[in-house]
Design a protein around this ligand. Structure first.
Ligand code: NAD
Ligand code: IPM
Ligand code: MN
Length: 354
């Protein structure tokens, strides 16, 4: 297979973990006789510095031409002035929207060998295997904002809008139901229907959609108690489907279950096969440039890229198995309580590629 992958390193640890992941992708491609071409493009703070814009038109065009996109992370203190006219994060939101990637799949699995790295009691980790389907191109991230305005009395006001259409909800819940069918058949729709009108629409549409999937059981849970249940009884979840910002917050929380934010991958998908793949964590400014970031979340995202965008199941599994073996055999970066740096962890995975 011949494929083109746009690589968006971004900021902070982004370029470091993407570089590590390319080494693994190259090794897999070589073993299986594939040609992967990388097209490096700018996004985020790096793009602001070079062009003034967080998402240059050339980046969008390259992504549209590519088979898939691999992204590190964007953002950092350099661009964090609340009064700045442009922000790195606008680049990420912009590319998700431009490619129509309305669903962000965030699988959460627990490696038993990492039980010590989790702050949860070991018995709570047994049987944890959940998938968060986060709506990605709507909700409060994309509703019309009202920029900061100074009012007559001297106070300031800013407004964000949480907005959904039934169509936006329907397509993401449908995907969640389809994915649940291939798993344990349970969908938990997480909302705030006791307060928010958009959540009441969400709940109504979820019920309508689930009626099309009699083999799938739908349950509803309010986001606040879902947050609690995630760390008290995480094994009770199969597929969680939820609003953009709820999904953002709940998945950082879910990362705690498995022991580190650095482990969790994600796949963003829309109508076609082209997707965007990125770890769920950010640019980690506190460790950027030190060469110590955990590259596993990005490598596991690359595995999802091979599976979903390129249809290379055996190759995807090769990466996942090598990561699991490395963990089982004691490879640990600092976030997991170990001493390996990014390069050594990457070598540990490469050495175990089947
Ligand atoms: P963060 O995820 O960057 O970091 C949170 C903590 O987790 C830090 O202590 C960090 O060192 C640690 N961490 C994260 N990834 C790690 C890894 N791979 N290995 C080891 N440790 C890791 O969150 P933050 O500090 O709140 O945000 C920093 C910047 O990242 C912000 O500008 C934010 O907007 C951006 N961000 C970007 C993305 C993205 O590009 N997808 C996601 C989240 C945050
Ligand atoms: C994520 C990040 C992004 C989000 C930010 C950086 C825009 O936190 O991918 O989880 O909130 O979607
Ligand atoms: Mn996030």
């Amino acid at each position: 297979m011949d494929a083109t992958i746009v690589v968006l390193g971004g900021d902070g640890i982004g370029p470091e973990i993407v570089h590590a992941t390319r080494r693994v992708l190259d090794a897999v491609a070589l073993r299986h006789g594939h040609t992967l071409r990388y097209d490096e493009q700018l996004i985020g703070g790096a793009a602001i510095d070079a062009t003034g814009q967080p998402l240059p038109a050339a980046t969008v065009e390259a992504c549209r031409r590519a088979d898939a996109v691999l992204l590190g992370a964007v953002g950092g203190p350099k661009w964090d002035d609340p009064r700045a006219p442009v922000r790195p994060e606008q680049g990420l939101l912009g590319i998700r929207k431009a490619l129509g990637l309305y669903a962000n799949l965030r699988p959460v699995k627990v490696y038993p060998a990492l039980a010590d790295a989790s702050p949860l009691k070991a018995e709570r980790l047994v049987g944890v295997d959940l998938l968060v389907v986060r709506e990605l191109t709507g909700g409060i991230y994309f509703g019309q904002p009202r920029l900061r305005e100074r009012r007559e009395d001297g106070s300031e006001r800013a407004v964000d809008t949480l907005e959904y259409t039934d169509g936006e909800i329907r397509r993401v819940v449908r995907l969640a139901c389809q994915l649940a069918r291939q798993r344990r058949g349970l969908v938990t729709s997480v909302d705030k229907a006791n307060v928010l009108e958009s959540s009441r629409l969400w709940r109504q549409v979820a019920i309508e959609v689930a009626a099309e999937y009699p083999d799938v059981k739908l349950e509803h849970q309010l986001v606040d108690s879902a947050a609690m249940r995630l760390v008290t009884h995480p094994a009770g979840f199969d597929v969680i489907v939820t609003e953009n910002m709820f999904g953002d917050i709940l998945t950082d929380e879910a990362a705690v279950i498995g022991g580190s934010l650095g482990l969790l991958p994600s796949a963003s998908t829309g109508e076609g096969r082209r997707g965007l793949y990125e770890p769920i964590h950010g640019s980690a400014p506190d460790i950027a440039g030190k060469g110590v970031a955990n590259p596993l979340g990005t490598m596991l995202s690359a595995a999802l890229l091979l599976r979903y965008s390129l249809g290379l199941e055996a190759e995807a599994r090769a990466i996942e198995t090598a990561v699991e073996r490395a963990i089982n055999e004691g490879a640990r970066t600092r976030d997991l309580g170990g001493t390996l740096d990014t390069t050594a962890m990457t070598d540990a995975v490469l050495a175990r590629l089947g």
